[in-house]
Design a protein around this ligand. Structure first.
Ligand code: DAH
Length: 353
C-alpha cells in the first residue's frame, strides 16, 4: 500500500512540474488534491490497510496530502495563476454595469437652459454675476427708481422678511433679478473710488448677466409660481445706445434659436429704464414647429436716477438692461404645458427631457 503512495507522489511531482498554465494547474489540483482526487481516495483506502500497517499508512498519506498542498500553493504563487472556479457562473469584472439600474441622474431642465443662456451671453462678452436671494428693499426697489408708493411694493405682492411698515430697510425675497444690476454697479463704483483712471464713478465698462431665482406670492397655476428664474443683463459703457441693446438681443436670439430668428421691441414702461420696451422674439422653438412671436421680457436704457443711485455719472456713462423668465423659455422650447411640472420632481417627467 505504501508503494501506491510513492507512485502517487512521483506522478504528482512530475505532473506539477509540467503544469505550464493556470488551466493545467487547476487540472492537477482536481486530479491529485481535490475532493475527488487521488490523495482523497488514498485516504479513503486507509480502512483496507492491514491493522498493523494502518498507523504508518495514515501518517504517510497525511504527510503526502500536506506536501502536495504546499507545493501546489507555491507553484500557484510563482505562476501568478489564480485557480478558476470549476463550476458556477464566471464573473467578468470588466463588463460595464447595467446603466438603467444605476439610476444615472441628469441636470434639471431649468438649470440646463440657464447654463445654455449664460454660455451664449458669455460668448458675447458678458460675465456671469450673482446676488443674494434675500435682499433688502433698497436693492429691490429704492435704487431701481421704484418710489415708495409704487404698487409693486405692496406687502401683499412681495415676500417681506421684515415688516415694511416698521423697518427702515426691510429685507425681502427678491422679486426680480434687477437687484443684481444695483449690486454690480455699486461694487464697480466702490472699486473705482481712488482709481485715477476712473471717470464719472467707473474705471471700466460693465457687462454682466445675472441668472437666479425670484419670488412672488402669485397664485400658482399653469403659468405662475411663487418662485421662478430670471436672467438679467446689464451693460454700462460710454455712449451705449438703444441700437446696441437691440443688436445684443438679436445676436443672442440668433445664437440660441437659429439664424432665422427676429427680435422686436414694443414701447413699455419700467421705473428703472428710460426709454423702456418689451421685447419679443420670432423663434422656431422646435424643429417641427413654425416660427412664431414669443413675448420674452423687458428691457431699456438704464434710468439716469439708477446710475446716480449707484454713484455713476449718467453724463459720462450710459447703459442698457434686459430681463426675462427662464421657465417660460424652457417651457416653450420643450413643449411643457404647465410650470408646475418643473417643480413636482416626477421622475417620469424629468427623464423625458
Ligand atoms: N425686472 C423686470 C421684471 O421682473 C424685467 C426687466 C425689465 C428687467 C426691464 C430689466 C429691464 O433689466 O430693463 O418684470
Amino acid at each position: 500500500m505504501l508503494e501506491a503512495l510513492d507512485q502517487i507522489e512521483r506522478e504528482a511531482h512530475a505532473a506539477l512540474e509540467a503544469a505550464a498554465d493556470g488551466a493545467a494547474l487547476e487540472a492537477w489540483r482536481i486530479a491529485f488534491i481535490g475532493p475527488k482526487g487521488r490523495v482523497k481516495a488514498a485516504l479513503g483506502a486507509t480502512r483496507e490497510v492491514p491493522a498493523d500497517q494502518r498507523a504508518a499508512y495514515g501518517k504517510r498519506v497525511n504527510a503526502l496530502a500536506a506536501d502536495l498542498e504546499a507545493r501546489f500553493k507555491q507553484k500557484q504563487g510563482s505562476a501568478g495563476a489564480a485557480p478558476r472556479p470549476s463550476s458556477g457562473p464566471r464573473v467578468d469584472l470588466t463588463e460595464p454595469g447595467v446603466v438603467e439600474s444605476q439610476g444615472l441622474g441628469r441636470r434639471h431642465i431649468v438649470l440646463r437652459v440657464r447654463d445654455e443662456l449664460c454660455d451664449v451671453f458669455a460668448r458675447m462678452g458678458f460675465n456671469v454675476a450673482q446676488g443674494p436671494e434675500v435682499e433688502d428693499d433698497e436693492h429691490n426697489f429704492v435704487k431701481l427708481n421704484i418710489p415708495a408708493d409704487h404698487p409693486a411694493r405692496d406687502p401683499a405682492d412681495n415676500f417681506y422678511v421684515d415688516d415694511p411698515a416698521r423697518t427702515q430697510r426691510p429685507r425681502m425675497l427678491r422679486s426680480q433679478t434687477s437687484t443684481v444690476q444695483i449690486r454690480i454697479m455699486e461694487q464697480a463704483s466702490a472699486a473705482a473710488r481712488g482709481n485715477p483712471a476712473a471717470v464719472g464713478g467707473l474705471a471700466a465698462p460693465i457687462r454682466i448677466v445675472a441668472p437666479g431665482r425670484v419670488y412672488r406670492p402669485d397664485t400658482v397655476d399653469a403659468t405662475h409660481s411663487f418662485m421662478f428664474h430670471q436672467i438679467e443683463g446689464l451693460a454700462v459703457d460710454r455712449g451705449t445706445t438703444m441700437a446696441e441693446l437691440k443688436s445684443t438681443l438679436l445676436h443672442f436670439a440668433r445664437a440660441y434659436f437659429g439664424p432665422d430668428t427676429e427680435v422686436r421691441l414694443r414701447p413699455s414702461f419700467f421705473p428703472f429704464t428710460e426709454p423702456s420696451a418689451e421685447f419679443d422674439m420670432k423663434i422656431r422653438l422646435r424643429p417641427d414647429q413654425p416660427v412664431r412671436w414669443m413675448e420674452l421680457g423687458g428691457c431699456g436704457m438704464v434710468h439716469p436716477n439708477v446710475l446716480r443711485a449707484c454713484g455713476i455719472d449718467p453724463e459720462v456713462w450710459t447703459g442698457f438692461a434686459f430681463g426675462f423668465g427662464i421657465e417660460r423659455l424652457a417651457m416653450g422650447k420643450y413643449g411643457i404645458p404647465d410650470i408646475r411640472m418643473l417643480y413636482e420632481n416626477d421622475l417620469r417627467f424629468l427623464k423625458q427631457i
